[in-house]
Design a protein around this ligand. Structure first.
Ligand SMILES: Nc1ccn([C@@H]2O[C@H](COP(=O)(O)OP(=O)(O)OP(=O)(O)O)[C@@H](O)[C@H]2O)c(=O)n1
Ligand SMILES: C[C@](O)(CO)[C@H](O)COP(=O)(O)O
Length: 222
Protein backbone atom coordinates (compact mmCIF):
# COMPACT_ATOMS: atom_id res chain seq x y z
CA UNK A 1 0.00 0.00 0.00
CA UNK A 2 1.40 3.44 -0.96
CA UNK A 3 1.88 5.85 1.93
CA UNK A 4 1.74 9.62 1.35
CA UNK A 5 2.75 12.23 3.94
CA UNK A 6 0.98 15.51 3.14
CA UNK A 7 2.86 18.03 5.28
CA UNK A 8 0.95 21.32 5.56
CA UNK A 9 3.14 24.34 6.31
CA UNK A 10 1.20 26.99 4.39
CA UNK A 11 0.26 29.13 7.41
CA UNK A 12 1.48 32.56 8.48
CA UNK A 13 2.34 31.81 12.12
CA UNK A 14 0.58 34.92 13.45
CA UNK A 15 0.49 33.61 17.04
CA UNK A 16 4.25 33.00 17.00
CA UNK A 17 4.86 36.62 15.98
CA UNK A 18 8.33 35.79 14.70
CA UNK A 19 10.17 37.40 11.74
CA UNK A 20 11.23 33.93 10.60
CA UNK A 21 8.19 31.86 9.55
CA UNK A 22 7.65 29.43 12.44
CA UNK A 23 8.04 26.36 10.21
CA UNK A 24 11.63 27.49 9.50
CA UNK A 25 12.69 28.33 13.08
CA UNK A 26 15.75 26.33 14.09
CA UNK A 27 15.44 23.67 16.77
CA UNK A 28 18.55 21.66 17.63
CA UNK A 29 20.39 23.20 14.68
CA UNK A 30 17.82 22.57 11.91
CA UNK A 31 14.57 24.16 10.70
CA UNK A 32 11.74 22.51 12.57
CA UNK A 33 10.05 21.48 9.30
CA UNK A 34 13.03 19.22 8.50
CA UNK A 35 12.57 17.44 11.84
CA UNK A 36 8.95 16.81 10.83
CA UNK A 37 10.05 15.11 7.59
CA UNK A 38 12.61 13.06 9.54
CA UNK A 39 9.91 11.75 11.92
CA UNK A 40 8.06 10.21 8.96
CA UNK A 41 11.18 8.96 7.15
CA UNK A 42 12.32 7.23 10.34
CA UNK A 43 8.91 5.57 10.72
CA UNK A 44 9.02 4.35 7.08
CA UNK A 45 11.65 5.35 4.48
CA UNK A 46 9.12 4.64 1.68
CA UNK A 47 6.87 7.65 2.44
CA UNK A 48 6.06 9.87 -0.58
CA UNK A 49 6.09 13.51 0.57
CA UNK A 50 3.99 16.47 -0.54
CA UNK A 51 4.85 19.75 1.18
CA UNK A 52 2.47 22.71 1.19
CA UNK A 53 4.11 26.14 1.63
CA UNK A 54 3.04 29.76 1.22
CA UNK A 55 4.07 30.85 -2.29
CA UNK A 56 6.33 33.60 -0.93
CA UNK A 57 8.31 31.10 1.20
CA UNK A 58 9.20 28.55 -1.48
CA UNK A 59 12.49 30.22 -2.48
CA UNK A 60 13.53 30.43 1.17
CA UNK A 61 12.69 26.75 1.63
CA UNK A 62 14.79 25.73 -1.37
CA UNK A 63 17.71 27.80 -0.03
CA UNK A 64 17.33 26.10 3.36
CA UNK A 65 17.34 22.67 1.70
CA UNK A 66 20.69 23.55 0.08
CA UNK A 67 22.11 25.10 3.25
CA UNK A 68 21.23 22.09 5.42
CA UNK A 69 21.91 19.46 2.70
CA UNK A 70 18.32 18.26 3.10
CA UNK A 71 17.90 15.48 0.52
CA UNK A 72 14.49 13.96 1.30
CA UNK A 73 12.59 13.90 -2.00
CA UNK A 74 9.34 15.92 -1.93
CA UNK A 75 6.90 17.84 -4.11
CA UNK A 76 6.24 21.47 -3.14
CA UNK A 77 2.68 22.77 -3.55
CA UNK A 78 1.38 26.31 -2.97
CA UNK A 79 -0.89 26.80 0.06
CA UNK A 80 -4.27 28.48 0.28
CA UNK A 81 -6.14 30.98 2.42
CA UNK A 82 -6.91 28.51 5.25
CA UNK A 83 -5.60 25.10 6.30
CA UNK A 84 -8.59 23.56 4.46
CA UNK A 85 -7.52 25.18 1.19
CA UNK A 86 -3.88 24.19 1.71
CA UNK A 87 -4.83 20.55 2.33
CA UNK A 88 -7.09 20.57 -0.71
CA UNK A 89 -4.22 21.86 -2.90
CA UNK A 90 -1.99 19.08 -1.58
CA UNK A 91 -4.57 16.33 -2.07
CA UNK A 92 -5.01 17.43 -5.69
CA UNK A 93 -1.45 16.21 -6.34
CA UNK A 94 -2.19 12.67 -5.14
CA UNK A 95 -3.55 10.58 -7.98
CA UNK A 96 -2.91 7.04 -6.71
CA UNK A 97 -4.89 5.05 -4.13
CA UNK A 98 -3.17 4.51 -0.80
CA UNK A 99 -3.10 5.94 2.70
CA UNK A 100 -2.47 9.66 3.21
CA UNK A 101 -1.18 11.08 6.50
CA UNK A 102 -2.15 14.78 6.67
CA UNK A 103 0.24 16.33 9.15
CA UNK A 104 0.90 19.84 10.48
CA UNK A 105 4.44 20.81 9.47
CA UNK A 106 4.76 22.36 12.91
CA UNK A 107 4.40 19.08 14.82
CA UNK A 108 8.00 17.80 14.60
CA UNK A 109 7.71 15.51 17.64
CA UNK A 110 5.21 13.01 16.28
CA UNK A 111 6.33 9.51 17.27
CA UNK A 112 6.76 6.42 15.09
CA UNK A 113 4.21 4.73 17.37
CA UNK A 114 1.57 7.39 16.63
CA UNK A 115 2.25 7.04 12.89
CA UNK A 116 1.92 3.25 13.21
CA UNK A 117 -1.31 3.52 15.25
CA UNK A 118 -2.78 5.76 12.55
CA UNK A 119 -1.68 3.50 9.72
CA UNK A 120 -3.13 0.29 11.15
CA UNK A 121 -6.54 1.81 11.84
CA UNK A 122 -6.75 3.78 8.58
CA UNK A 123 -5.86 0.63 6.63
CA UNK A 124 -8.52 -1.35 8.47
CA UNK A 125 -11.31 1.26 8.79
CA UNK A 126 -10.56 4.03 6.27
CA UNK A 127 -9.58 6.77 8.74
CA UNK A 128 -7.71 7.37 12.00
CA UNK A 129 -7.47 10.41 14.27
CA UNK A 130 -4.72 10.59 16.94
CA UNK A 131 -5.88 12.05 20.25
CA UNK A 132 -4.74 12.43 23.85
CA UNK A 133 -6.78 12.91 27.02
CA UNK A 134 -6.59 16.44 28.50
CA UNK A 135 -4.57 16.68 31.70
CA UNK A 136 -6.27 19.85 32.95
CA UNK A 137 -9.82 20.67 33.97
CA UNK A 138 -12.02 22.16 31.27
CA UNK A 139 -14.52 25.05 31.47
CA UNK A 140 -17.08 26.01 28.90
CA UNK A 141 -17.55 29.76 28.41
CA UNK A 142 -20.78 31.11 26.93
CA UNK A 143 -22.83 34.30 27.15
CA UNK A 144 -20.40 35.81 29.67
CA UNK A 145 -20.85 32.79 32.00
CA UNK A 146 -18.68 29.75 32.53
CA UNK A 147 -19.11 26.25 33.94
CA UNK A 148 -17.10 23.10 34.58
CA UNK A 149 -17.62 20.24 32.14
CA UNK A 150 -16.97 16.50 32.42
CA UNK A 151 -13.47 16.24 30.92
CA UNK A 152 -13.72 12.48 30.46
CA UNK A 153 -15.94 13.32 27.47
CA UNK A 154 -13.19 15.33 25.71
CA UNK A 155 -9.97 14.57 23.86
CA UNK A 156 -7.30 16.81 22.33
CA UNK A 157 -6.85 16.21 18.63
CA UNK A 158 -3.46 15.86 16.94
CA UNK A 159 -2.13 15.04 13.49
CA UNK A 160 -1.31 13.03 11.36
CA UNK A 161 -4.98 12.63 10.51
CA UNK A 162 -4.87 9.57 8.32
CA UNK A 163 -7.19 8.41 5.54
CA UNK A 164 -7.75 6.20 2.57
CA UNK A 165 -6.91 8.61 -0.28
CA UNK A 166 -10.19 8.30 -2.25
CA UNK A 167 -12.27 8.85 0.92
CA UNK A 168 -10.62 12.11 1.98
CA UNK A 169 -10.36 13.48 -1.57
CA UNK A 170 -14.12 13.03 -1.96
CA UNK A 171 -14.79 14.73 1.40
CA UNK A 172 -12.66 17.71 0.36
CA UNK A 173 -14.99 18.31 -2.60
CA UNK A 174 -17.38 19.95 -0.07
CA UNK A 175 -17.71 23.73 0.16
CA UNK A 176 -15.42 25.26 2.78
CA UNK A 177 -17.02 25.90 6.20
CA UNK A 178 -15.38 27.77 9.10
CA UNK A 179 -16.14 24.76 11.35
CA UNK A 180 -13.54 22.74 9.40
CA UNK A 181 -10.66 23.12 11.86
CA UNK A 182 -9.08 19.84 10.79
CA UNK A 183 -9.44 17.01 8.27
CA UNK A 184 -11.55 14.75 10.49
CA UNK A 185 -14.20 17.49 10.73
CA UNK A 186 -14.34 17.58 6.90
CA UNK A 187 -14.78 13.81 6.64
CA UNK A 188 -17.31 13.75 9.48
CA UNK A 189 -19.45 16.39 7.72
CA UNK A 190 -19.50 14.06 4.72
CA UNK A 191 -21.15 11.47 6.99
CA UNK A 192 -18.26 9.19 7.94
CA UNK A 193 -17.63 7.95 11.49
CA UNK A 194 -14.19 8.94 12.82
CA UNK A 195 -11.91 6.38 14.52
CA UNK A 196 -9.80 7.60 17.44
CA UNK A 197 -6.31 6.22 18.13
CA UNK A 198 -3.68 7.02 20.75
CA UNK A 199 -1.44 10.02 19.91
CA UNK A 200 1.71 11.02 21.84
CA UNK A 201 2.03 13.80 24.41
CA UNK A 202 5.25 15.21 22.91
CA UNK A 203 3.41 15.77 19.61
CA UNK A 204 2.77 19.44 20.39
CA UNK A 205 1.75 21.93 17.72
CA UNK A 206 4.35 24.70 17.70
CA UNK A 207 2.07 27.72 17.99
CA UNK A 208 3.40 30.13 20.65
CA UNK A 209 6.99 31.25 21.48
CA UNK A 210 6.97 29.02 24.59
CA UNK A 211 6.39 25.97 22.36
CA UNK A 212 9.78 26.50 20.70
CA UNK A 213 11.51 26.26 24.10
CA UNK A 214 9.50 23.17 25.01
CA UNK A 215 10.26 21.45 21.70
CA UNK A 216 13.99 22.24 22.09
CA UNK A 217 13.99 20.62 25.52
CA UNK A 218 12.08 17.58 24.28
CA UNK A 219 14.55 17.08 21.39
CA UNK A 220 17.53 17.32 23.78
CA UNK A 221 16.02 14.69 26.09
CA UNK A 222 15.51 12.13 23.30
N1 LIG B 1 -3.53 28.61 5.22
C1 LIG B 1 -2.91 27.70 5.99
C2 LIG B 1 -2.97 27.76 7.41
C3 LIG B 1 -2.29 26.79 8.14
N2 LIG B 1 -1.58 25.84 7.52
C4 LIG B 1 -0.79 24.88 8.30
O1 LIG B 1 -1.60 24.17 9.21
C5 LIG B 1 -0.85 23.85 10.38
C6 LIG B 1 -1.61 24.27 11.63
O2 LIG B 1 -1.89 25.65 11.58
P1 LIG B 1 -1.35 26.73 12.64
O3 LIG B 1 -0.44 26.14 13.61
O4 LIG B 1 -2.50 27.51 13.10
O5 LIG B 1 -0.41 27.60 11.71
P2 LIG B 1 -0.52 29.09 11.28
O6 LIG B 1 -1.79 29.33 10.54
O7 LIG B 1 0.76 29.32 10.59
O8 LIG B 1 -0.49 29.87 12.69
P3 LIG B 1 -1.44 31.05 13.22
O9 LIG B 1 -2.83 30.46 13.28
O10 LIG B 1 -0.86 31.38 14.55
O11 LIG B 1 -1.34 32.17 12.21
C7 LIG B 1 0.50 24.57 10.27
O12 LIG B 1 1.51 23.64 9.96
C8 LIG B 1 0.26 25.58 9.18
O13 LIG B 1 1.41 25.93 8.43
C9 LIG B 1 -1.55 25.77 6.13
O14 LIG B 1 -0.91 24.88 5.57
N3 LIG B 1 -2.21 26.72 5.40
C1 LIG C 1 -5.27 20.34 12.77
C2 LIG C 1 -5.07 20.68 14.22
O1 LIG C 1 -3.68 20.74 14.52
C3 LIG C 1 -5.66 19.56 15.08
O2 LIG C 1 -5.48 19.87 16.42
C4 LIG C 1 -5.69 22.00 14.59
O3 LIG C 1 -7.08 21.96 14.42
C5 LIG C 1 -5.10 23.18 13.83
O4 LIG C 1 -5.65 24.37 14.36
P1 LIG C 1 -5.09 25.80 13.96
O5 LIG C 1 -5.98 26.80 14.60
O6 LIG C 1 -5.14 25.83 12.45
O7 LIG C 1 -3.72 25.87 14.51
Amino acid sequence: MKKFALIVAGGSGSRMGSATPKQFIEIEGRPLLMHTFDAFSKADPAFKFILVLPEKETDTWHSLCTKYAFSTKHLVVTGGETRFHSVKNGLAKINDEGIVFIHDGVRPLVSAQTIENCYKTALDKGNALPVIAPSESIREVFNGQNRAVDRSRYFLVQTPQTFRVSLIKKAYEQEYASAFTDDASVLEKAGTKINLVEGNRENIKITWPADIKMAGTLFQKR
